[in-house]
Design a protein around this ligand. Structure first.
Ligand code: ATP
Ligand code: MG
Length: 329
C-alpha cells in the first residue's frame, strides 16, 4: 500500500462573481501521507475552508474546481475525486467513510429534527453495530470521551439544545465513529475553551494512533499547529507560500509572511498588549488578482519589478522545505 493517502495537484477553486473571478484557491498542491497530520495555516480568507470543501466536492455554486485530487484507496486503486459527480454514489461513499470533516460551524452537520443520540447511534448502525442497547452505550461513552457533561442525559437532546461547544464536540464524536482514512478538521476547537480544546486535540491524536488515519488540520492558531501537525502548509490569498515539516516552519521560517505570522504568537509571559507586532495591512480579496506574489502589497521586503513581475515558483531551500519568494530564488 502506498504511503500517500491524498495528493492534491494544481487545485484551483474559483467563484465567478459580478465583480470578477474570485480565486479562493489558486494552484495549490500538497500531499498527505497516511497516518500523518498536515496543518494548514493562514489568516482569515486565505482559502483554507475552500480547499477542504474542494476535496469533499461540496463547493457551492457558482464555484468551479479544477486540478487533481487523487485519493489512494485501501484496495490499491487511485481515484481522482475531482472527476467524480459531486452527488454521485462514489462521492457519497467517500464522504463519511473515507474522508470525514469536522466543520467550522457545527450546526450544519446535524439534522435539527433528530436527537444527538439518534444521529450517533444511526452512524454506529451504518458501521456494523447490531444491538440497540450497545449502540446507545457506545454513544454515551463517545460523548463522555469528547467531554460532554452528563452524556446519558444529553444524548436525548436535540442539536439546538446544546451549546456551540457541545455541538462541536458531538460532531467530533460522530467523525470518530466513521473512522475515516482522512479527517479534515476545519478550526474544530476555535470556539472551545482551552481545557476542552486540549482534551479534544489529545483525543484526535489518540484516535490517529489507534486507527492510522491522516488528519488535515485547518487553523489560524500556530500554537495548535505546533502541537498537532507533522507537515505545515502556509496559505496566503489562495496560494501555498511555504511548506515544510513542523520543525522547519517553526525553527527556520523563510517566507516574510510565515515570519510575520510567527511573530504574532504571544510568547510566554508576554501581555496581550505586547503582541500586536502582527503584519501591517489586511488580506486583499482575490478578485481578478494579478499573477504576482500575493503578499507583495504587505511585504516589508518588497522589491519593485521582481515581486510584482510574476508569482515566484516554489524553491526548495532544504529537503522537503519549499518557499515561494524571490528572496530565495
Ligand atoms: N461560496 C462562496 N462564494 C464566493 N466566495 C467565497 C465562497 N466561499 C468562500 N469564498 C471566498 O473565498 C476566499 C477564501 O475563503 P475561505 O472560507 O476558504 O477562507 P478561510 O481561510 O477558511 O478563512 P477563515 O479563517 O475566516 O475561516 C474568501 O475571499 C471568501 O470570501
Ligand atoms: Mg475557514
Amino acid at each position: 500500500m502506498s504511503d500517500v493517502l491524498l495528493e492534491v495537484k494544481n487545485l484551483r477553486t474559483h467563484f465567478q462573481l459580478e465583480e470578477g473571478t474570485l480565486k479562493a484557491v489558486d494552484d495549490v498542491s500538497f500531499t498527505i501521507p497516511r497516518n500523518r497530520t498536515l496543518g494548514v495555516v493562514g489568516e482569515s480568507g486565505c482559502g483554507k475552508s475552500v480547499t477542504a470543501q474542494s476535496i469533499l466536492q461540496i463547493i457551492p455554486k457558482p464555484g468551479t474546481v479544477s486540478g487533481e485530487i487523487l485519493l489512494h484507496r485501501d484496495n490499491g486503486g487511485v481515484i481522482d475525486i475531482g472527476q467524480l459527480d459531486p452527488d454521485g454514489e462514489t462521492m457519497r461513499e467517500i464522504r463519511g467513510r473515507e474522508i470525514a470533516m469536522v466543520f467550522q460551524e457545527p450546526m450544519t452537520a446535524f439534522s435539527p429534527v433528530h436527537t444527538i443520540g439518534n444521529q450517533i447511534t444511526e452512524a454506529l448502525f451504518v458501521h456494523g453495530e447490531r444491538s440497540k442497547a450497545m449502540a446507545r452505550q457506545r454513544a454515551v461513552e463517545l460523548l463522555d470521551e469528547v467531554g460532554i457533561p452528563a452524556p446519558d442525559r444529553r444524548i436525548d437532546e436535540y442539536p439546538f439544545q446544546l451549546s456551540g461547544g457541545m455541538r462541536q464536540r458531538s460532531m467530533i464524536a460522530m467523525a470518530m465513529i466513521l473512522k475515516p482514512r482522512l479527517l479534515i478538521a476545519d478550526e474544530p476547537t476555535t470556539a472551545l475553551d482551552v481545557t476542552i480544546q486540549a482534551q479534544i486535540l489529545r483525543l484526535m491524536k489518540k484516535l490517529q494512533r489507534e486507527s492510522g488515519m491522516s488528519i488535515m488540520f485547518i487553523t489560524h492558531d500556530l500554537g495548535v499547529i505546533a502541537n498537532m501537525a507533522d507537515e505545515v502548509a502556509v496559505m496566503y490569498m489562495g496560494k501555498v507560500v511555504e511548506y515544510g515539516s513542523v520543525r522547519q516552519i517553526f525553527k527556520n521560517p523563510q517566507h516574510p509572511y510565515t515570519k510575520g505570522l510567527l511573530r504574532s504568537i504571544p510568547k510566554f509571559g508576554e501581555s496581550v498588549g505586547d503582541r500586536l507586532a502582527t503584519i501591517d495591512g489586511t488580506v486583499p480579496v482575490p478578485i481578478d488578482p494579478p499573477d504576482i506574489c500575493p503578499f507583495s502589497s504587505r511585504c516589508a521586503h518588497f522589491i519593485p519589478g521582481r515581486c510584482d513581475a510574476r508569482m515566484p515558483p516554489p524553491t526548495e531551500i532544504e529537503p522537503g522545505h519549499t518557499v515561494n519568494c524571490v528572496l530565495y530564488e
